[in-house]
Design a protein around this ligand. Structure first.
Ligand code: GLY
Length: 442
């Protein structure tokens, strides 16, 4: 009998997880926020359309489905305590941390305190504020700083001095505007190249996947407003062109230390993804943030390369048996590009059709995942206003993978845009030169 998996999510990342779980024989029963999501509807045996952070509804669906495993895609259901509720109602193994452990993402102050208390390398100078007292003085002391709202803000709660905030007065006013919602972290700003490393953790054992670089800005040449991520790449050698072997080993080590620190501090095993957001700087790595789930779009660079049984890997994470479960990756480069509605992220067109009828056939070299899409009553695919379609090229080099993604995106018809420069030789060289120049002057 097929393993029954309750999958919780709504986005391109969850569609990618669904593909990999189904390919390893899982029978999927899915809770999805977006009614008639074309990717998840096609891959699931049953779907409950409703809010993924509606804990009683998700538990009720779990009682009906009686899954063997629960896999959670995005952060909101984790922060709402969906794992705690399912485990207490049914005892089902869950891929994804409990609410207390998911503070790693849901509270910036929790994570900074965890890193500091456990003397984990890569920590930054920071202070968490619950009132405006002392904020201006601390900003002046740091000189260059970042202001972060404490809770889940969908990537929109972070403002950087010199980029989004131009004066101390503006920075203090921004901090004051966040305080009614909870504490605010002000931390040191560091310069370098950002990358993500996602490690899987079963509570006792942590295994690193492949490093990925995401592109947050909406427009080419890293201009425009911040987004959820416009696209990402990974190298065929499982490295990034600007990153040294030491950087990568350090990131994997930091992720493992965070898994141990969580267990020690909260007395419970962390089971899921430890997604470290790092900055490679002139003198080593700094931790920018942690997320408690797979990255979006980083999942699309990593999961399609996993050789073997993804379902067995997820089950091993959820049951504490990862040490006995092999995880290897194809030696291929990947480039994921998001097709987004015109006007994204500030004023996106909504309810516009997306015509994918000329899309080349997907396979080993090309993957396509549905994100903020729904199927309407006439069977047309409609964009709901956020990132719409993730297109992934897979090849022997990053530029070749980018070309595959570009060609496929060229077949898409609709009021859309994307970033042509992601994975291009010119952009890669800029990243390499940037970090090399910083490190030459250290
Ligand atoms: N790539 C950004 C995120 O997953 O939060």
């Amino acid at each position: 009998m097929a393993t029954r998996v309750l999958l919780i999510g709504k986005d391109g990342r969850t569609d990618c997880l669904a593909e990999a779980l189904a390919a390893s024989g899982a029978e999927l029963h899915t809770v999805c926020d977006l009614a008639n999501h074309p990717g998840l509807a096609a891959k699931s045996k049953t779907v409950r359309w409703g809010r993924t952070d509606d804990v009683p509804m998700v538990v009720e669906f779990a009682r009906e489905v009686r899954p063997d495993l629960v896999v959670v895609g995005p952060e909101d259901p984790l922060a709402a305590g969906v794992v705690d509720a399912i485990q207490s109602a049914l005892g089902t193994p869950c891929f994804g941390p409990t609410r207390a452990l998911a503070q790693l993402e849901a509270s910036k102050a929790f994570t900074r305190d965890l890193l500091a208390r456990h003397r984990i390398p890569g920590s930054l100078r920071y202070r968490a504020f619950t009132s405006i007292d002392g904020v201006e003085g601390y900003m002046r002391e740091l000189g260059q700083f970042v202001v972060k709202a404490d809770g889940l803000m969908g990537g929109k709660g972070v403002k950087v001095f010199g980029e989004h905030l131009h004066t101390i007065d503006e920075s203090v006013a921004y901090t004051a505007s966040l305080l009614p919602r909870g504490q605010v972290v002000v931390e040191e700003k560091v310069e370098g190249e950002e990358f993500s490393l996602m490690s899987l953790c079963d509570g006792g054992h942590t295994v690193a996947t492949i490093p990925v670089q995401d592109h947050k800005r909406a427009f080419e040449d890293d201009r425009g407003p911040n987004t959820g991520g416009m696209g990402s790449y990974s190298g065929a050698d499982h490295r990034l062109p600007f990153l040294s072997a030491e950087d990568l080993a350090e990131a994997a080590h930091i992720n493992a230390l965070v898994g141990e620190a969580l267990r020690e501090q909260l007395g419970a095993p962390y089971r899921g993804v430890l997604y470290g957001g790092f900055m490679a700087t002139r003198d080593g790595l700094r931790v920018l943030e942690y997320n408690a789930r797979f990255g979006d779009p980083e999942t699309m660079n990593v999961v399609p390369l996993i050789e073997g049984d993804f379902l067995a890997i997820c089950m091993a994470v959820a049951t504490g048996t990862l040490a006995r479960t092999p995880m290897t990756f194809r030696k291929r480069a990947t480039v994921c590009k998001y097709v987004v509605p015109e006007g994204y992220p500030d004023d996106p067109v909504k309810n516009e059709l997306l015509d994918l009828s000329a899309m080349p056939k997907t396979g080993d070299d090309l993957r396509v995942y549905a994100a903020a899409l729904r199927t309407d009553d006439d069977g047309h695919i409609v964009m709901t206003g956020s990132r719409a379609l993730a297109v992934v090229g897979i090849a022997d080099s990053i530029p070749a993978a980018a070309d595959i993604a570009e060609e496929a995106i060229g077949s898409v018809r609709g009021r859309v845009m994307h970033r042509r420069d992601i994975g291009s030789p010119a952009l890669l060289q800029r990243r390499i030169d940037h970090l090399a120049a910083l490190r030459r002057t250290s």
